[in-house]
Design a protein around this ligand. Structure first.
Ligand SMILES: Cc1cc2nc3c(=O)[nH]c(=O)nc-3n(C[C@H](O)[C@H](O)[C@H](O)COP(=O)(O)O)c2cc1C
Length: 155
């Protein structure tokens, strides 16, 4: 069975709501297609073993001070050398909760996951200001598409 790992941090509510929408979409797709285990963890609770066991990864972080959140950076620091060379080519995607920008969080995460040789399979989703139903729908679609792709082995 394939495993989808969703790892996120939230300092408030926005990125958590985006994570819930991604998970909702993923679990709905599991019900339809089966064959994928969905694991959701906060950054503080996730480690190298989770990433090594995953066939695909979706990351979620707020943008803080023009960068990913400190907790996401801590997660990536803890997994990088343990996983470097062992997860090459695995698919990943990213969602960001931000106030008015989000590009700093996207760029900082992309730099690191490029070093892990993960393969981006979806454009980053950035939720600005107040979350809209459209953004939450995009998050759900991401979870569903990622899960279906894993089930079908298309990545
Ligand atoms: C310490 C701090 C720094 C922030 N820096 C940025 C920033 O650089 N760019 C931006 O667009 N929003 C920034 N924000 C706004 C957050 O990204 C935004 O409120 C986000 O929705 C928080 O997500 P959360 O509710 O999941 O914690 C910052 C917020 C905090 C608390």
């Amino acid at each position: 069975m394939k495993t989808l790992l969703i790892v996120y941090h939230t300092g408030g509510v926005k990125t958590a709501q985006m994570a819930e929408a991604v998970e909702r979409g993923a679990r709905a797709a599991v019900d339809e297609s089966g064959g994928v285990k969905v694991v959701v963890k906060r950054c503080a609770d996730a480690g190298p073993g989770d990433l090594l066991a995953a066939d695909g990864l979706i990351l979620g972080t707020p943008e803080n001070f023009g960068y990913m959140s400190g907790m996401m950076k801590d997660f990536l620091e803890r997994v990088f050398y343990a996983c470097e060379g062992k997860v090459n080519g695995r698919p990943y995607a990213l969602f960001v909760g931000a106030g008015q920008d989000g590009s700093g969080a996207v760029n900082s995460v992309e730099r690191i996951v490029t070093g892990l040789r993960l393969k981006q399979i979806h454009d980053p989703i950035i939720g600005l200001k107040d979350l809209t139903p459209e953004i939450l729908e995009k998050c759900e679609e991401l979870g569903a598409a990622f899960t279906t792709g894993l089930a079908l082995g298309v990545f």
